[in-house]
Write a new protein. Structure first.
Length: 210
C-alpha cells in the first residue's frame, strides 16, 4: 500500500521500517486502508456541492490521515522540517488563503501544464531552500498550510532521505503511505476551479530571499 516519491529502490532498512509502520497504522486505524479511504473520498467528490466545500472536506480527511500516520512514521517526535526545504507546490487558492492570513496579496501565477512544472526540476531548483514561512524551524502559517504540507510524511527508518543537505532530490527515495486517490481528488477539485499551480515562492517572491 505504500508508494515512493522516486522510482528508486529503497534501502533495506527503509523497506522494513515501512512494513512495520504500515502494519501498525492499519491495525490502529483500519479506516485508512486505501479501499475504505477511497469510499470516503468518493462520497465527498460525488456531493452536489461547490469546490470550496469539497476542498474543505478533503482537507479534513488529509488532516485525519496525517494525524494517524504521524506516530507511525519517521517524522514522529523529531521536530523535522526537511520537507520545508525543497519545492512546495501549491495552488492559487491556497496561496490566497496564506496571503489573507499574513495580510499580503499572493502573486497571481499563470496557468501551466502541471505535468511540466511538477517533479524533479523544481525539487532540484529549491533543494535546501527554506519555505519563506518556515520561521525558527516551524511553520508560521500552519493553520492554513497547503495540501502538500498536510500530507507530507515518510515511512522510512529515519528522515535522512528527506534531508536535501545529505541526499540530492534525484537520489532520494522516500516511502509514503498510499494517498494517491486523495491527491487525485484534490487535483481534480483545484483543476475544476481553474487554480494555477506553482511553487510557494512564486506566489510570494518578495518573501523568498534564499
Amino acid at each position: 500500500m505504500s508508494s515512493m516519491t522516486q522510482a528508486k529502490e529503497p534501502l533495506p532498512q527503509d523497506k522494513q521500517a515501512a512494513i512495520r509502520y504500515e502494519a501498525a497504522l492499519l491495525k490502529e486505524h483500519p479506516w485508512i486502508a486505501p479501499p475504505l479511504l477511497r469510499k470516503r473520498i468518493d462520497t465527498v467528490m460525488n456531493e452536489n456541492s461547490g469546490t470550496t466545500s469539497k476542498r474543505r472536506k478533503l482537507y479534513q480527511i488529509i488532516d485525519e490521515a496525517s494525524a494517524a500516520i504521524y506516530p507511525n512514521s519517521a517524522c514522529r517526535g523529531v521536530g523535522c522540517s526537511h520537507c520545508c526545504k525543497t519545492s512546495v507546490m501549491i495552488r492559487q487558492a491556497e496561496a490566497d488563503a496564506i496571503g489573507k492570513k499574513i495580510g499580503r496579496t499572493a502573486r497571481k501565477v499563470a496557468l501551466r501544464d502541471p505535468e511540466k512544472i511538477k517533479g524533479l526540476a523544481f525539487d532540484e531548483k529549491y533543494a535546501g531552500s527554506a519555505c519563506p514561512f518556515l520561521v525558527d524551524e516551524k511553520c508560521s502559517v500552519y493553520d492554513v498550510r497547503p495540501y502538500v504540507c498536510r500530507q507530507a510524511h515518510s515511512l522510512n527508518a529515519s528522515p535522512d532521505q528527506c534531508d536535501t543537505s545529505k541526499v540530492k532530490a534525484s537520489d532520494s527515495c522516500v516511502i509514503h503511505f498510499d494517498l494517491t486517490h486523495l491527491e487525485f481528488a484534490m487535483s481534480h477539485v483545484c483543476g475544476a476551479s481553474g487554480d494555477a499551480l506553482g511553487d510557494i515562492r512564486e506566489f510570494f517572491p518578495t518573501l523568498h530571499t534564499i
